[in-house]
Design a protein around this ligand. Structure first.
Ligand SMILES: NC(=O)c1ccc[n+]([C@@H]2O[C@H](COP(=O)([O-])OP(=O)(O)OC[C@H]3O[C@@H](n4cnc5c(N)ncnc54)[C@H](OP(=O)(O)O)[C@@H]3O)[C@@H](O)[C@H]2O)c1
Length: 250
């Protein structure tokens, strides 16, 4: 399997890229921080490629996919793990924050898919997109309203791509709280306002949006590996990988 993983410089994307490489895939890792990609590519195995890509820029998406397709000899699989989520109440969410969140979480997913589509169509391949429980399985979490809105839009985007291109598999991967381990620590909450976090996190816990347990990232990689290896031969609109609730919550 020749796989492109977007958002592979940290967190879940890094774990997925390395995990797919360790399961035998040839991997092209993409994000903006190339030094991080080079480091991750070493863990993903020989032949892995580190390619700079800013998903908010059409030309960058196209040239990164061209480079990946040339380097790998084609593309069978795409994983979209790039994402941002500012912690901010809706009343304080300004236009720049809305734009950056939509540009990264939704528009970038579509731009990279459009660039990769000819390659995925040629290989009857598959694409998987990381979504969030907060868009479909729980109400939107206070402080992450803009994030949940963009993930709901991403869910619809995946459906729209599936309905326009039946020769490629498109799967939404709903992810619950997931730990990346030492090398794949999530940087999702870097820069969050500590005071606001202290206000909203207890609410997330009280409402059981956070269960207190984590999905093992290896299990997430196993699921994504299986979905991608089905290519377009099976229709897998959605999978959810969420933590098992702690004993007392069952
Ligand atoms: N961690 C969880 O428990 C969890 C749960 C549910 C869903 N998710 C989803 O999983 C995905 C990864 O989350 P994470 O926790 O691993 O976060 P993370 O560590 O912050 O990783 C985010 C990745 O997105 C990349 N990225 C951001 N803006 C980009 C841009 N303009 N162009 C290219 N790449 C860009 C970052 O790379 P650069 O900054 O180097 O570009 C980084 O590789 C997100 O979509 C998140 O919503 C995570």
């Amino acid at each position: 399997m020749r796989a492109v993983v977007v958002g592979a410089s940290s967190g879940l994307g890094r774990c997925i890229a390395v995990g797919l490489g360790q399961r035998g895939a040839e991997v092209a890792l993409m994000a903006r921080r190339v030094d991080r990609l080079v480091d991750a590519a070493k863990d993903a195995g020989p032949g892995s490629l580190a390619i700079a890509c800013d998903v908010t820029d059409t030309a960058s998406c196209r040239s990164a996919i061209d480079e990946a397709a040339a380097g790998l000899g084609g593309i069978d699989a795409l994983v979209y793990a790039a994402g941002v989520g500012s912690l901010v109440r809706l009343v304080d969410t300004d236009a720049d924050t809305w734009r950056q969140t939509f540009d990264t979480n939704v528009m970038g997913a579509s731009l990279i898919t459009a660039a990769a589509l000819p390659h995925l169509a040629a290989s009857s391949g598959a694409a998987a997109y990381l979504s969030s429980v907060s868009a479909s399985m729980t109400p939107p979490w206070p402080g992450l309203g803009a994030y949940a809105v963009t993930k709901a839009a991403l869910d619809k985007l995946v459906e729209a791509w599936r309905n326009e291109h039946s020769g490629v598999g498109f799967t939404r991967v709903v992810v619950g709280d997931c730990g990346g381990g030492a090398a794949g620590v999530s940087e999702f909450n870097v820069g969050w306002d500590g005071e606001l976090a202290a206000e909203v996190v207890p609410t997330w816990i009280a409402r059981r949006y956070l269960s207190g347990s984590l999905v093992e990232v290896d299990e997430l990689v196993n699921v994504i590996d299986t979905v991608l290896r089905c290519g377009a031969s099976a229709s897998i609109p959605s999978v959810a990988v969420v933590p098992r609730p702690p004993e007392e919550a069952r």
